[in-house]
Design a protein. Structure first.
Length: 561
């Protein structure tokens, strides 16, 4: 049958090929007969030549007539087929309803990129974190499981806030230019002028300088290799923050970064955001993700990775990307070596992101992360003191911390002096207190917005019941009496399972069965069967015995600790 199929397919193809030219010719003119040329038949050849000329003339005349006829037709009608051809590709995402993003306050340039990616709706963590970070400018502590879209939950507010800050800085620069152009001796508002000029000077100080770049070892050779790590788009923004003209996708090159007419200097600027990730791979992934969303915004992103040579890193950072993504170790090395974009940028860093903070808090990373945080926080404090002296506008840093779980604060980093007491204190904290403790560690300002979608996975609701040890049995009994449905009670030891089984049987708790590793296999299977078969039953189990069991329809899980 394979053979038959293959022949059928081929003959269909051949038929199509054969029919196509026929169809085309039918619509135009009759094909010229292609007979074999007999050598020596000059007369005949001449006749044939004349005939071909005549046919060519007729064909041209027909074509001209058709063209003039078509000119008289409505232009839309002529272009219709071409438009229809491109339509399917364009309409794939253009029909998406992006109103949910808009309702979160996401700007058009970012919505356009999300549309290109086919992301019609925000995920749960994005729905909650974006307005808090973007509209309310709050610090955010976000917890959501892997693959839930955490990168854009912090990435969108970061990119959009940078757009706003850059636009404000462009407005200031324009104001300074205007002021410089006006020769106004009677200007009362001298203070304002001075402020505007000062901020313009700050901007100018942060522009890339070619001599500085040369010092950093910039050479034309490897520029192409860097393109994948430093990319973005260029959209000129007007004073109102809206794009002027069509967005241009940028492929960075030597020309458009350093040898243009000065626009590169305008583009390169301060460090707006530092994103810390625990691994190189994640840094690369996060940077790529942010770049895709920033494609129409003019915001630039660079990943500083452990595997890159120091020279290449210097070159990347010499481009003064708005966002730098990297691991704490590598970033700390660069800061210590005095890398100007990073060291200078920390002095008044507007935004800080900790991605996968639970892993960043592990001992392997924590020493460097703490050093980095201390440096950033020290600078922020310096900045605050300057702000009060009215030399500069106050710059409150916004911190966004995301993690797969917030439970990592159970395992705080080693602090030899306070180790025991702090551990003990953390264990006693509830989720909100834990978040607050973490916020304090990172140096978050105010009360951060806590967004934890892990507590709501699949409609799961988690409660904790605090009580005296002597009242634990009473509360368990109360729980089992007040909540009907299949209930699994995890116990820490076999002895507890035995004791609770005896107690609950005495208290006439119905359909209560034990499960632990000292039981015979037959008894264990019986307990499991009864529990699975009865929708209103209780299984008292050690976590070792019950691990990996897949029992459908469990209504309640109790951790008897
Ligand atoms: N709103 C959305 N709609 C559809 N897909 C999305 C949306 N947001 C993110 N994604 C996609 O979901 C995938 C997971 O996103 P992301 O990497 O941000 O998750 P994560 O929570 O950070 O996971 P991890 O912990 O593994 O890093 C990515 O491929 C991303 O492109």
């Amino acid at each position: 049958s394979n053979l038959i199929f293959s022949i059928t397919a081929e003959s269909t193809l051949m038929k199509q090929k054969a029919s196509k030219p026929v169809k085309e010719i039918e619509g135009a003119a009759a094909p010229a007969p292609r007979g074999p040329q007999r050598p020596g038949g000059i007369e005949k050849a001449k006749k044939n030549k004349n005939r071909r000329k005549l046919k060519l003339k007729r064909k041209k005349a027909k074509k001209a007539a058709a063209a003039s006829k078509s000119r008289n037709l409505a232009s839309q009608e002529i272009q219709k087929p071409a438009a229809e051809e491109t339509k399917p590709e364009q309409s794939a995402n253009s029909s998406l309803d992006m109103s949910m993003w808009e309702s979160l306050g996401v700007c058009q340039q970012i919505v356009a990129a999300l549309r290109d990616l086919g992301f019609a709706e925000p995920t749960a963590i994005q729905r909650e974190a974006i307005p808090a970070a973007l509209r309310d400018r709050r610090d955010v502590l976000g917890a959501a499981e892997t693959g839930s879209g955490k990168t854009l939950a912090f990435g969108i507010p970061v990119i959009q806030r940078i757009m706003t800050m850059k636009s404000a800085s462009a407005t200031r620069a324009a104001a300074v230019k205007q002021l410089a152009d006006i020769d106004d001796d009677d200007n009362d508002d001298v203070g304002d002028q001075a402020d505007a000029i000062e901020s313009a000077d700050e901007d100018a100080d942060q522009s890339p300088d070619e001599a500085e770049l040369a010092e950093c070892g910039w050479a034309d050779g490897d520029i192409e290799e860097d393109l994948g790590l430093l990319a973005g788009s260029l959209t000129e923004l007007g004073p109102d923050g809206q794009p002027v003209g069509a967005p241009q996708t940028l492929a960075y090159s030597a020309e458009n970064v350093f040898e243009d007419d000065g626009s590169a200097k305008k583009r390169g600027g301060r460090l707006y955001c530092l994103v810390l990730t625990p691994t190189r791979e994640l840094a690369k992934q996060v940077a790529a993700h942010l770049q895709r969303v920033a494609v129409h915004t003019g915001v630039t992103v660079a990943a500083v990775l452990g595997g890159l040579s120091a020279q290449r890193q210097e070159r990347l950072l010499a481009g003064r990307p708005d966002i730098v993504v990297g691991t704490p170790g590598r970033l700390w090395d660069l800061i210590q070596s005095g890398q100007p974009h990073l060291s200078g940028g920390l002095a008044s860093l507007p935004m800080l992101v900790l991605d996968e903070a639970d892993r960043l808090a592990e001992p392997g990373h924590f020493a460097e992360m703490r050093a980095l945080l201390e440096r950033i926080n020290a600078n922020a404090n310096d900045d605050d003191s300057k702000a009060t002296s009215a030399e500069r506008p106050p710059c409150r840093r916004q911190t966004l911390l995301f993690s797969a779980t917030l439970t990592f604060v159970h395992r705080p980093p080693e602090r030899p002096d306070q180790r025991r007491s702090k551990l003990k204190r953390m264990r006693q904290l509830g989720p909100d207190d834990r978040a607050a403790a973490l916020a304090e560690l990172v140096g978050m300002s105010g009360k951060p917005k806590l967004v934890d979608t892990t507590r709501r996975v699949g409609g799961l609701t988690e409660f904790r019941l605090d009580c005296e040890a002597k009242d634990k049995d009473l509360y368990l009994w109360w729980l089992l009496r007040s909540r009907r449905g299949r209930t699994l009670v995890f116990c820490a030891s076999k002895d507890t399972v035995r004791r609770l089984h005896r107690l609950l049987t005495l208290l006439r708790c119905p359909n209560c069965r034990p499960l632990h590793s000292d039981m015979q296999q037959r008894q264990r299977l019986k307990s499991l069967d009864r529990f699975s078969a009865n929708p209103d039953s209780v299984l008292l189990a050690t976590d070792v015995a019950a691990r990996g069991l897949d029992i459908p329809g469990v209504e309640h899980v109790v951790h008897y600790q």
